[in-house]
Design a protein around this ligand. Structure first.
Ligand SMILES: [Fe+2]
Length: 325
C-alpha cells in the first residue's frame, strides 16, 4: 500500500460532529486510453479515443493534476469529494490506473466518489471498471446509520452514504452507457426509490446533506445531449425531502444554480471546472473547492474557498464564490 498524499486517519472527522472541511474536485480525466486493443475500441469508445488523440490530451494535463494534489496536501482537508470522470473512455485498464491514483491520494475513508459518464463509456463489466473504486464509493459503517438499503441493480454501490463529522455525503451514480454522440446521464428509478428515504433520514439525524452527482440535476441546466434525463424527478425528490448542497461536474466549467427545497429556500447546486484542465478561459481553469461546514446554534454554517490553477500553481481564487450568488 503506497503512502497517501493526504494524511488522514481512517476515522478522519467521523466522531467530531461540529465541523468538517472537505475538498470537491471533479473531471480529473487522469488516465490515457493509449494501448487499448482494437477490440476494446470497436464500439462508441472509438469516438472518445479519437477525441482524446485530437483534442482532449492537450487540455487534461497530468502536471496540472499533480500540482492540484500537492496543493491539496498542503491545504489538508479532512475529506475529498470527487464527482466522476476519472477516465477518458472507461477501459478496465483506465479504471485500474484510476484506482492506483486514488490509493496514492488518500485512504478509502478519506474520499467519497461517484462515477461520471466517461467512466461508463461503453458496455463493460461493473466489477472490472467502476466497481474497482467501491472502497472509495460504497456506503460504509458510518452511513448505515442512515441507510441499510441495497444498491441499485445497475449501480451496486449507489446510492451510497458516508458520514464525516456533521456531513452526510450522499452519492448517486448518473453514469450510464449513453448512445453514440450523447453524454447523457440517468439516476434511474431504483436509486431514486432509495434516495428520498435517505435524504429524509439524514435530515432527521441533523446531518448536513451533500448530494454528489456527476450531471447537474437542475432541469435545463445543461445541453440536451449532455443532460440528466431524469433531472426533473431528482429535482422533485430534493424539493420534497431537502438537501443542503448539491455538487456536480460534467460541464467542465464553473456553474452556480439552485433547486427549490421543501422550506422554500434554494438548495445551492455547484459545478466545477476540470481538475486537470490546462485551459486559461475564465471559468474553465483547473480549480477545486474547499467547503467548511460548522454545526452551530442548532443549524449549520457553510463557507467556501476556491483554489485555482494560474501560472503553473494553485492559489487562492478570490474571483468566484458560489455562496455570493
Ligand atoms: Fe468530464
Amino acid at each position: 500500500m503506497p503512502e497517501s498524499a493526504l494524511k488522514m486517519s481512517e476515522s478522519a472527522g467521523a466522531d467530531d460532529r461540529t465541523e468538517l472541511t472537505f475538498a470537491h474536485i471533479t473531471d480529473a480525466h487522469l488516465t490515457s486510453p493509449d494501448g487499448a486493443s482494437a477490440g476494446e475500441l470497436m464500439n462508441k469508445r472509438i469516438l472518445g479515443a479519437l477525441s482524446w488523440r485530437r483534442r482532449r490530451r492537450h487540455i487534461h494535463r497530468p502536471s496540472v493534476l499533480s500540482a492540484l494534489v500537492t496543493d491539496l496536501a498542503a491545504q489538508a482537508p479532512a475529506h475529498v469529494a470527487i464527482t466522476g470522470d476519472l477516465t477518458q473512455i472507461g477501459l478496465p485498464m483506465e479504471c485500474q490506473a484510476a484506482r492506483a491514483w486514488l490509493d496514492e491520494l488518500a485512504p478509502p475513508a478519506g474520499v467519497s466518489l461517484v462515477p461520471g459518464n466517461h467512466d461508463r463509456y461503453a458496455r463493460a463489466a461493473w466489477a472490472e471498471t467502476v466497481g474497482l473504486w467501491a472502497p472509495y464509493a460504497a456506503t460504509d459503517a458510518t452511513g448505515r446509520v442512515v441507510t441499510r438499503d441495497p444498491g441499485s441493480p445497475d449501480a451496486p454501490e449507489f446510492p451510497a452514504v458516508r458520514v464525516r463529522g456533521p456531513v452526510a455525503f450522499i452519492g448517486v451514480s448518473s453514469s450510464v452507457v449513453s448512445p453514440w454522440f450523447m453524454a447523457t446521464g440517468r439516476v434511474g428509478a431504483a436509486q431514486r426509490g432509495h434516495l428520498g428515504r435517505i435524504l429524509e433520514r439524514a435530515g432527521d439525524a441533523g446531518l448536513f446533506r451533500v448530494l454528489l452527482i456527476h450531471h447537474t440535476p437542475v432541469p435545463g441546466g445543461d445541453k440536451w445531449r449532455k443532460r440528466l434525463t431524469d433531472a426533473g424527478d431528482v429535482a422533485r425528490l430534493i424539493g420534497r425531502h431537502g438537501a443542503e448542497l448539491v455538487l456536480h461536474g460534467h460541464t467542465h466549467r464553473l456553474q452556480t444554480s439552485g433547486l427549490p427545497g421543501p422550506d422554500g429556500r434554494s438548495v445551492p447546486v455547484v459545478g466545477l471546472s476540470s481538475a486537470s484542465a490546462d485551459d486559461p478561459r475564465p471559468g474553465r481553469e483547473a480549480r477545486y473547492s474547499l467547503w467548511t461546514v460548522q454545526h452551530a446554534d442548532g443549524g449549520h454554517r457553510l463557507t467556501h474557498r476556491s483554489r485555482v490553477f494560474r501560472d503553473g500553481l494553485f492559489a487562492e481564487g478570490t474571483d468566484w464564490n458560489p455562496l455570493d450568488q
